[in-house]
Design a protein around this ligand. Structure first.
Ligand code: SF4
Ligand code: SF4
Length: 116
């Protein structure tokens, strides 16, 4: 690269807006096609566990007795296998980023008992 071109780039960068953002105070809007993260509409879930079996990353745990459905967002690779496998269509990929966390944790959803 010639020194003129390099000098031009250096000078130009002095007057351009920075490419970086002050994350998390500033955030970019989600790009089109972002798979985002999984959400479970617990009112439809029957705790069948098919999503957990379909997950290649072991990110989902279904506890039938406790009536809980849990996902570890740090394991999820956003492949959508669980969404396709769910017989009740209660799983969705929301086109938003996973919320910011300061520690690794699972998202636990309590599934209401239809008989209660
Ligand atoms: S496959 Fe669907 S209905 Fe079955 S446990 Fe998973 S989310 Fe619930
Ligand atoms: S999107 Fe893929 S990796 Fe994430 S929970 Fe569903 S099956 Fe598992």
């Amino acid at each position: 690269m010639g020194s003129f071109k390099l000098g031009g780039m250096t000078l130009g960068s002095l007057f351009k807006k920075p490419e970086t953002l002050l994350y998390p105070a500033e955030q970019k809007s989600a790009p089109a096609g972002l798979k985002g993260h999984i959400e479970n509409d617990a009112s439809l879930c029957i705790l069948c566990g098919i999503c957990a079996k379909a997950c290649p990353a072991d990110a989902i745990v279904v506890e039938k007795k406790e009536r809980t459905w849990a996902i570890d967002p740090f394991r999820c690779v956003q492949c959508s296998s669980c969404v396709r496998a769910c017989p009740k269509a209660c799983l969705h990929m929301l086109p938003t980023y996973t919320p910011i966390a300061t520690a690794q944790s699972c998202t636990v959803v309590e599934v209401p008992d239809p008989k209660a």
